[in-house]
Design a protein around this ligand. Structure first.
Ligand code: NZQ
Ligand code: ZN
Length: 394
């Protein structure tokens, strides 16, 4: 078994009406002044936000609000949040929403603990920090896994660049998971979320390091559970059992449980973030659009691994390593199609892109071909361009 470090500090409260615990959880983590961060309208419309505010009042928690977080959350709003948090002396950032809201709260938490530093410098690796304010989350969409992850992804719209910051210091202290809160999701967002959850484990499953049988079995079990319940939830998203399984898959898929003992690849995320940063496309769609092309580009490096994925996750009868591997890639794309997710760039809202744009994205992702991305195959700018080209249209 390979060695690993495991750190999963987030307290999870899961189930119907779990959000009623929010005020108590904030108190438990020693905060009485909170910045309440939320998105455009869904939490307001559903009445969730009012219920959370009532919870805060009942616990005598002072709060101010940072609203209007958009998908592919903007740096500008996070900077505004830092100012608010510092001015009010916020002791904890409470995110009510999805990955974009939680990531904004995380960015504010970093900025509020380090007010002399511009947060984008931290995201660009130009400034380092060793502390952040605590974050708590009330999750409304199963997708990014930010409620347990060490990551926060922010978009600097001025330059069309999306970037992540990874550190244990931004792992939320607690997360409230009530699957019923996800019943109101638009079908497209539900589907994007399911793709993202699958990708978080796939990006940990295809790496050059083997071993850790239990990690493999957990990863395969999570993917099978997600696929089965993803199909059921897509047909009926008020199916509480299916939405519950998806929600828990979402948290475990990105807290690193499915990758213990091996490095993360995350090349597809890098490919997707370039599309998201440049064109403001939904994260999950950017991943389904590139994964098949990435897989076909790299699978020969370890055909047996792709074949195992086919047998264990897609229950494909063994037809020899090569054929089973290819069938596994096709089955994954078929699942994306079932969810009405794009399997190439041309099927996204932005349509087929010019060679110039593809090259620009490959160049930006690899910082002018100075870094290689991923580890299953370390991708150069040329490799990324080839994958984008293959993913442009089918
Ligand atoms: O703003 P509102 O009105 O709330 O609408 C949101 C938003 O339009 C809507 N929504 C959320 N919950 C809803 C709902 N609509 C109705 N009912 C509900 N219950 O869904 C839309 C998408 O929300 P968003 O927060 O953007 O979704 P998601 O959780 O997929 O987050 C995506 C962001 O997370 C980043 C992505 O890159 C992207 O920016 N990621 C963050 C990660 C992390 N921090 O660990 C890892 C991921 O790989 C990912 O990169
Ligand atoms: Zn993701």
């Amino acid at each position: 078994m390979q060695g690993f470090t495991q750190y999963m500090p987030t307290k999870i409260v899961f189930g119907k009406a779990a959000e009623k615990e929010t005020g108590k959880l904030i108190k438990e983590f020693g905060a009485s002044r909170v910045l309440l961060v939320y998105g455009g309208e869904s939490a307001v419309k559903s009445g969730l936000l009012d219920r959370i505010k009532e919870e805060l009042r009942q616990e005598n928690i002072v709060y101010e609000e940072l609203s209007g977080v958009q998908p592919n959350p903007r740096l500008a709003l996070a900077r505004e949040g830092v100012k608010k948090a510092v001015d009010m002396g916020a002791q904890l950032m409470l995110a009510v929403g999805g990955g974009s809201v939680i990531d904004t709260a995380k960015a504010v938490a970093v900025g509020a603990a380090n007010p002399d530093i511009d947060i984008w410098d931290v995201w660009m690796g130009k400034a380092s920090v060793c502390t952040a304010k605590p974050v708590g989350a009330v999750l409304t969409i199963s997708a990014a896994g930010s409620e347990m992850s060490d990551s926060a992804v922010i978009t600097n719209q001025e330059i069309g660049k999306k970037a992540g910051f990874n550190s244990d210091m931004v792992r939320p202290k607690f997360a409230v998971l009530n699957p019923e809160l996800t019943f109101t999701l638009p079908k497209y967002q539900l589907a994007c979320g399911i793709v993202d959850i699958l990708m978080h484990t796939l990006e940990r499953y295809f790496t050059p390091v083997s071993g850790n049988q239990l990690t493999d079995e957990i990863a395969e079990g999570l993917m099978r559970t997600l696929i089965e319940n993803g199909k059921a939830a897509y047909e009926d998203q008020e199916n509480y059992e299916a939405m519950s399984e998806i929600m828990w898959c979402g948290s475990l898929s990105h807290n690193n449980l499915t990758g213990l003992g091996r490095p993360k690849d995350f090349a597809c995320h890098k490919l997707g973030h370039e599309i998201g940063g440049m064109f403001d496309e939904a994260h999950g769609a950017t991943l389904s659009a590139v994964w098949g092309s990435w897989a076909r580009y790299v699978y020969k490096l370890d055909v047996a691994r792709f074949a195992r994925y086919g047998r264990k996750v897609w229950k494909i009868e063994d037809k020899g390593e090569e054929e089973t591997a290819v069938l596994a890639i096709e089955a994954t794309e078929e699942f994306f199609r079932f969810l009405h997710m794009p399997t190439c760039i041309g099927e996204m809202n932005i349509g087929v892109q010019s060679e110039e744009v593809l090259k620009k994205m490959a160049d930006s992702a690899t910082k002018g071909d100075t870094v290689k991305l991923g580890c299953f195959k370390k991708l150069s700018a040329q490799d990324m361009y080839e994958i984008y080209k293959a993913a442009n249209h089918r």
